[in-house]
Design a protein around this ligand. Structure first.
Ligand code: F0G
Length: 448
């Protein structure tokens, strides 16, 4: 599908972003020229996916579309049980309703915000065990999403009160900059989990991109197909949650897949309560059909190479301009390092958000802050928690934009970079929700 994108002027955008309370989520799409807010559900579907939509079986129970999806998930992941959900956070809601109890601690590599939200909502906490290299954007490490095994083991050794019910690893790790996790690391995590008898789950939203990085960066797997690598990755886990809006190549969808029958049985109850019957889970038959095809397409090398290399094309242009970005480049996005880009704006004034707003005003490009606003307040002290990194994410939708769009984005950023030293003030929060505040936060511009 080809869409018209509407140009606008800087003057118009200054007005629009003010009306939107300086929250990019509040902008309507026609006010955005290039939309890099997210790669979630924003990609284009293929001819074969559209064809499958036409064959959607909308039976309430046991539809053919469900069976196609179930069989594809089993083929690609190897997990025995499968529950469809309407998106990734719904899968988290259902699975965590079974697994997470008040006071629990859930270790993992930089949990995504909805994952953290669903854990904290249940009065449990997350423990970030990502390797230190992930928090320095200039250090090269091929697998910056990796888990620090010592830190994980330390947490498990000290868990005398048995507060850790499971470990969750996000592949690729969105919050660390779309960074992959190696099979070697997954294997080590799995060994530690086995030693302490804890199940290992994946947040697998971008598992295919993770498999691509393994193929090109982990010597042992260079001659393996993406599908073989994906199967190998999943073989070390007990289950997964999936936002199919990413590597499922669909606009809406998600699922849970796992091996433990008891957990599956308990999860079916929550699935029926929150999502719908277990053979549709909030999805139309046609959605499930399109997802079955999407999962197959997303695990093909040629597609992934085009996808990941387009993201890298943008990254390379920015690096050539001297702009500080997370390196190596992520699979689905380029992350600007706002601490290095605009150190002149105080952190308490949300410098990454200030940069994202500038990018919108100057180029009509919508990105998203992955920094202090997103990190929410500490649930106990209610103080801002300042994450190690202040990032602006330029998420590239799948199969949507061309290299010319990438050149335009890079040129706009170069312009901004040229006058970055003039930036002194940021924003203050005037209204915020207690959890996941970034979606609805209202801001005011500070001037000196
Ligand atoms: N896990 C990861 C790693 C994600 O990136 C997301 C969503 C989810 C879970 C939740 O899935 O949106 O289908 O409910 N990430 C989107 C993003 C929103 O922009 O990165 P969902």
């Amino acid at each position: 599908m080809v869409e018209y994108i509407k140009p606008s002027t800087i003057e118009q955008r200054k007005e629009w972003i003010k009306e939107a309370d300086y929250n990019l989520f509040n902008l309507t799409s026609e006010k955005v020229f290039i939309d890099l807010l997210t790669d979630s559900g924003t990609g284009a579907m293929s001819d074969n996916q559209w064809a499958e939509m036409m064959k959607g079986d909308e039976s309430y129970a046991g539809s053919q579309s469900f069976l196609k999806l179930r069989d594809t998930v089993k083929k690609i992941t190897g997990f025995i049980y499968f529950l469809p959900t309407h998106q990734g956070r719904a899968a988290e809601n259902v699975l965590f309703s079974v697994l997470v109890k008040e006071g629990n601690i859930i270790p993992g590599n930089s949990h995504f915000d909805t994952t953290k939200g669903h854990i904290e909502f249940r009065k449990a906490t997350t423990l970030d065990c990502t390797i230190d290299e992930a928090f320095d954007t200039t250090v090269y490490h091929p697998f910056k999403g990796n888990v620090n095994i010592e830190k994980l083991e330390h947490a498990l050794i000290n868990d005398i009160e048995n507060k850790i019910p499971f470990v969750i690893v996000t592949i690729t790790c969105n919050s660390a900059g779309g960074q992959p996790v190696s099979i070697e690391n997954i294997k080590q995590v799995s060994e530690v989990c086995k030693k302490f008898k804890k199940p290992l789950y994946f947040d697998a939203a971008r598992f295919a991109e993770n498999a691509y990085f393994i193929k090109i960066r982990e010597e042992e797997y260079k001659n393996h197909s993406i599908k073989e690598i994906a199967k190998k990755m999943f073989s070390y886990a007990d289950g997964m949650t999936m936002s199919a809006k990413k590597d499922g190549l669909v606009n809406m969808g998600g699922f849970i897949a796992l091996n433990n029958e008891d957990v599956y049985k308990k999860a079916t109850v929550f699935n029926i309560m929150y999502e719908g019957f277990i053979t549709y889970g909030g999805l139309n038959g046609r959605d499930m059909g399109a997802l079955a095809v999407g999962l197959d397409e997303a695990t093909e090398f040629d597609y992934l190479e085009t996808r990941v290399e387009q993201v890298a094309f943008l990254g390379k242009q920015l690096v050539d301009y001297g702009i500080p970005v997370q390196q190596p480049f992520g699979g689905h996005a380029i992350f600007l390092d706002a601490n290095k880009f605009v150190p002149t704006i105080p952190r308490s004034e949300y410098r990454a958000q200030a940069l994202a707003i500038e990018l919108y005003i100057v180029g009509g490009i919508r990105s998203v802050e992955i920094g202090t606003i997103l990190a929410d307040r500490d649930p106990f002290t209610h103080k801002n928690r300042y994450p190690e990194l202040e990032l602006v994410r330029l998420a590239i939708p799948r199969r949507t934009y061309s290299l010319n769009h990438m050149r335009y984005i890079a040129a706009v950023l170069k312009n901004i970079y040229d006058y970055k030293d003039q930036a002194k003030r940021g924003y203050k929060i005037v209204d915020e929700a207690p959890i996941m505040r970034h979606f609805t936060v209202k801001l005011e511009k500070l001037t000196s």
